[in-house]
Design a protein around this ligand. Structure first.
Ligand SMILES: NC(=O)c1ccc[n+]([C@@H]2O[C@H](COP(=O)([O-])OP(=O)(O)OC[C@H]3O[C@@H](n4cnc5c(N)ncnc54)[C@H](OP(=O)(O)O)[C@@H]3O)[C@@H](O)[C@H]2O)c1
Length: 273
């Protein structure tokens, strides 16, 4: 099986490197294409991939094609791809807001997978949600799942609406965690801790909490109850958060991202109809 990654930027490289590290593919089975001369030189120096700068030399040989360019380059790229593609090939897009329908139309091909990765994919701890057009078989879906899971975990969802919803949870989610961390660091600074100590106090607290969470099936609420005793310090903080509706506000924020993902998909379809 040959895989081609188009776009050797942050996300394309994350997937390409993860696939290369897995036992999934042999070296020359993984092709990568970019148009940026500096990027091409960088990729060649890495000596991991079969590097290309021209669609004609790599696209016809690929069984699976990853599209990892910015959404505003998608339309032009797909137009350029048309002479070199065929119906058996699978096209996997990680481009935000580019819908399955618009890709099928632009490429004139049936087998399209739309995936939504997140930033921790860069450290092998990502979660990628994905859905596919009806023409992608079960066997092909499980191959895609294994490939996407080289960057962490992969979750197959039924519809593109689910992909937009997952954008509000896992896609944009890392930024919510950073928001919470930043707020705690600012609280620590206000209490008089140094930059270094604030970072250690907050960073290690997050890391420890996540490790505990992953060590059992307990819900976050159960963990909260374990930390907070009646009349104690943690309960005072949790009560303050509940009084200020923080939980509701986080849910609203996630929904705002979900709605924006839906809007972006519509905007893309309207401009490329
Ligand atoms: N970063 C994230 O956390 C994240 C999360 C979810 C989804 N995504 C999606 O991932 C996609 C890639 O994002 P990124 O941050 O990795 O972008 P990026 O760093 O800009 O990488 C894209 C690369 O593709 C190259 N390129 C542009 N047009 C091309 C073409 N026609 N053929 C081949 N290569 C081409 C670009 O070259 P130039 O620099 O010369 O343009 C650049 O090297 C986006 O669609 C984004 O929506 C990203």
């Amino acid at each position: 099986m040959k895989i081609l990654v188009i776009g050797g930027g942050n996300m394309g490289m994350t997937y390409a490197e993860a696939m290369a590290k897995s036992s999934f593919l042999k070296k020359k089975e993984l092709m990568i294409l970019d148009t940026n001369p500096q990027k091409i030189e960088e990729l060649e120096n890495m000596d991991i991939f079969d590097v290309h700068s021209d669609l004609k030399t790599c696209l016809p040989q690929a069984d699976i094609v990853f599209l990892a360019v910015k959404p505003y380059h998608a339309e032009e790229l797909m137009e350029d791809m048309k002479p070199f593609i065929s119906e058996e090939q699978m096209f996997v897009s990680i481009m935000a807001g580019v819908t399955i329908n618009s890709m099928q139309e632009s490429l004139g091909m049936p087998k399209v997978v739309r995936a939504m990765p997140n930033l921790p994919a860069q450290v092998g701890k990502g979660v990628t949600s994905f859905t596919a057009s009806d023409e992608v078989s079960r066997v092909e879906l499980s191959t895609i799942e294994r490939i996407l899971a080289t960057t962490g975990k992969a979750i197959h969802l039924d519809t593109e609406n689910d992909i937009d919803a997952s954008t509000g949870i896992s896609g944009s989610g890392p930024a919510y965690i950073f928001y919470f961390m930043q707020s705690m660091i600012e609280a620590a600074l206000k209490m008089g801790f140094s930059d270094h100590d604030s970072r250690v106090l907050v960073g290690q607290t997050f890391e420890g909490a996540i490790e505990l969470f992953n060590s059992s099936d307990l819900s976050p609420r159960s963990w909260m109850d374990r930390v907070a005793s009646k009349g104690g310090t943690t309960r005072a903080a949790l009560d303050s958060m509940e009084d200020n509706n923080v939980r509701e506000l986080i849910s609203e924020a996630a929904h705002a991202a979900f709605e924006r993902a839906v809007e972006l998909g519509k905007e893309y379809e309207n401009t490329h109809a």
